[in-house]
Write a protein that binds this ligand. Structure first.
Ligand code: AQP
Length: 334
């Protein structure tokens, strides 16, 4: 039987991915790549929706791809490619933008959040149409499932609406995808500000655990993580967000249940607990970091892998796009 198709991606918006990207996305992707025909993209066109330094963006794109592979996404099993290498993405986004309502796009909460953070002068039209490009990413591959965080749920809903709208106007063209929403327990918070989501492009790096940082740097950040004065290792998001966050990290990485970890550290201080978290994180990151650094040391080989995968992705994407162009009435070039 043919495998169902899965699509997901991350923006190359930092020199290194962070532990939230690893636990919330990469670990899950790694586990899903055998059961699905999986497409994993480094969504560089999405990263352009906020200002980027050109040379840095190129480098971050390679680094992100290297970390996907380092984390176990195998470029021979999954289609791991760079979004801008497949020109069908912005082409389909244009077509989809013509069937997207202005008000509909304006209701996207991520746009509202980001535009209020950046202010009207730096908010680009690209940021506004970001969800339409995301819909194109997903629909080009006739995707069945899209594993995303809770914050992306609304964008996948829009994608489904656009697919259904297009299909009803122009005839059956797109498969309507389903979001697979990660559980809240997969959400990782900033170590210094444990009620805010950890983000790779955070201004303050002291609360962020980067995959490519030196192990000692990450260990220190964990030892300095904000906790509370209560002294008990117990999961309670509302009252003990710092400790709960560390519990989630340790549980996700070791595969152990949170109550078992609570029992293990009952009556012991935060020092011991933090040491255990630091050790687990450092051990988990070590092979990922080593593999990513090895790939980054040979950019020609990495570029070759990405080109092979871009060809694989383009073959599927171009077929969908050609069908879409036909359906909407664009004259075929002979
Ligand atoms: N803190 C997190 N906890 C769990 N999952 C997370 N993800 C991100 N942060 C956490 C998941 O990682 C993937 C990355 O998606 P993205 O690169 O498109 O951007 P994002 O979600 O906005 O991630 P960042 O790290 O916060 O990036 P910046 O700083 O660029 O905005 C998604 O699957 C996301 O759910």
């Amino acid at each position: 039987m043919e495998k169902a198709r899965l699509y997901s991606g991350m923006q190359p918006s930092a020199d290194s991915l962070q532990i939230g990207n690893y636990i919330g996305a990469l670990m899950q992707w790694r586990g899903l790549q055998d059961s699905y025909d999986a497409y994993f993209s480094v969504v560089d066109l999405h990263a352009l929706t906020v200002p980027q330094d050109p040379a840095e963006l190129r480098e971050k794109t390679r680094r992100t791809a290297a970390q996907y592979i380092g984390a176990g996404i195998e470029p021979t099993r999954s289609t791991l490619y760079v979004q801008s290498h497949v020109s069908a993405h912005p082409e389909l986004a244009w077509i989809l933008s013509t069937i997207t309502g202005f008000g509909e796009a304006g209701r996207m909460t991520q746009f509202k959040d980001k535009s209020s953070r950046y202010g009207a002068d730096t908010t680009s039209v690209g940021l506004f149409t970001y969800p339409v490009l995301m819909a194109a990413d997903i629909l080009l591959y006739q995707t069945d499932v899209v594993p995303v965080g809770e914050d992306q749920k609304q964008h996948v809903e829009l994608t489904r609406d656009l697919a259904e709208r297009f299909n009803s106007r122009f005839g059956e063209t797109f498969r309507v995808p389903n979001a697979v929403i990660q559980q809240d327990t997969a959400r990782i918070y900033d170590l210094q500000n444990p009620t805010s989501k950890m983000s790779k492009s955070s201004d303050n790096q002291s609360g962020v655990l980067y995959l490519l940082d030196e192990p000692s740097v990450n260990a220190k950040k964990i030892m300095r993580a904000v906790t509370d004065n209560d002294g008990t290792v117990r999961f309670d998001r509302a009252e003990k967000p710092g400790v709960s966050n560390l519990l989630v990290i340790l549980s996700a990485i070791t595969g152990r249940q949170i109550p078992a970890i609570e029992d293990e550290f009952a009556g012991r201080g935060y020092g011991d607990f933090k040491k255990a978290v630091a050790e687990a994180v450092v051990n988990e990151f070590e092979p990922v970091r080593n593999k990513a650094l090895e790939l980054m040391a040979d950019p020609a080989e990495l570029d070759r892998l990405l080109a092979v995968n871009a060809d694989k992705a383009a073959a599927v994407a171009n077929e969908t796009l050609a069908n879409v162009y036909d359906r909407v009435g664009l004259l075929r070039r002979r």
